[in-house]
Design a protein around this ligand. Structure first.
Ligand code: SAH
Ligand code: SF4
Length: 347
């Protein structure tokens, strides 16, 4: 069997694992891992003997960057190889001020099968381990340096892998390591009610984004099959519950599909859903993926006019609206395009 990496252990877990070593040793090791070193030999404040002993028992990292592609807009897409040969992707986005956001994956593929999403079309292989989630951030830092924000918006549905994601977030935000603020972490979900309630009850207090796409129940069911088991009224109730516990503004994301969910009634339905919630609306023009559509018709990108009209219809109803930039399209690293390098093998 492959050696196991220790990058997916929270500090308390690592302390337990390394016993009878004293807790301060575990803390030293944890700090080194968080800095992104890849060998125990690099942990120069440990004795030679201890470094060798740890090296015989564990790996520091178990995943590796297998390909890097940079877009002309600065977006970097990393293909990361897992021990079992599966491949996932992480993306680094740069904003106007040069601040970097890492977009992290939580599953190999995705079981949710949203009609407009490349990752969804791949099917689902498995959940990522906490090590596989955690290490994506280290790889992003190795390639791009300091990361200001983390969005859990890569491949997969994060709330179906919440335990492992929780451990990764705990590792990233531990002050003994990177000390990443939880407020700089956003989880995006397709709308898993049980997961939203779990997050409300058990934390951690991170930001929440929900991929609403449309609030027309029949259309949403067609575009996002998750709607069947997680209907819109109950979803709204769960978001209310989340806000009663954590009192934080939620982002409602809507991928705009040309001529599909950009009608006036779509804007009105979103406004109706948003009523009574503290939200901002994030409109994401659909990033093209060949051959995706519904009812035998391929999706097309929304025109600028369609987008502008959605913005003003929503703003007229008192909502705060942001438009997501079309970043990373040159490398198929934009929202919903992940999985296009080589994908994973289901064999
Ligand atoms: N699975 C989670 C997080 C990853 S998807 C979720 O669905 O929320 C991240 C965002 O990209 C979601 O809001 C999703 O609706 C959006 N998206 C998916 N496919 C897209 C595409 N082709 N173009 C633009 N956005 C897309
Ligand atoms: Fe999965 Fe999100 Fe893509 Fe839907 S949009 S298939 S939930 S990754």
């Amino acid at each position: 069997m492959d050696k196991q990496s220790i990058s997916g252990y929270t500090l308390p877990e690592l302390t337990e694992l390394l016993k009878p070593l004293p807790a301060f040793r575990a803390k030293q090791v944890f700090k080194w891992i968080s800095r992104g070193v890849t060998t125990f030999n690099a942990m120069t404040d440990l004795s030679q003997e201890l470094r060798q002993d740890l090296g015989e028992r564990f790996l520091v990292q178990e995943t590796a960057i297998s390909e890097t592609v940079t877009d002309s807009d600065g977006t970097v897409k990393l293909q990361i190889s897992l021990q079992d040969g599966a491949k996932i992707e992480a993306v680094i986005l740069v904003d106007g001020e040069g601040r970097k956001t890492a977009c992290i994956s939580t599953q190999v593929g995705c079981p949710m099968a949203c009609a407009f999403c490349k990752t969804g079309s791949l099917g689902f292989l498995r959940n990522l381990t906490s090590a596989e989630i955690t290490e994506q951030l280290y790889h992003c830092r190795t390639v791009s340096g300091e990361i200001a924000n983390i969005v859990i918006m890569g491949m997969g549905e994060p709330l179906l892998n919440l335990d492992n994601l929780r451990r990764a977030m705990s590792i990233w935000s531990d002050p003994a390591g990177l000390g990443m603020s939880r407020r700089r972490i956003t989880i995006s979900t397709s709308g898993i009610i049980a997961g939203i309630r779990d997050l409300a009850d058990q934390g951690p207090e991170v930001r929440l984004a929900v991929s609403l796409t449309t609030a027309d129940p029949a259309l949403r069911e067609l575009l996002m099959p998750v709607t069947r088991a997680n209907p819109l009224p109950e979803l709204k109730e769960a978001l209310r519950y989340f806000q009663s516990k954590q009192n934080k503004r939620i982002t409602l994301e809507a991928v705009l599909l040309g001529g599909v969910n950009t009608r006036k009634e779509d804007a009105l339905a979103i406004a109706g859903f948003a009523k009574g919630l503290d939200v901002i609306i994030n409109l994401i023009p659909w990033n093209p993926v060949a051959g995706m559509g519904i009812k035998g018709k391929d999706f097309i990108e929304p025109t600028d006019r369609e987008i502008d009209r959605m913005v003003s219809l929503l703003e007229d109803r008192g909502l705060t609206v942001t438009r997501r930039y079309r970043k990373g399209r040159g490398v198929s690293g934009a929202c919903g395009q992940l999985g296009s390098l080589e994908g994973f093998k289901v064999d």
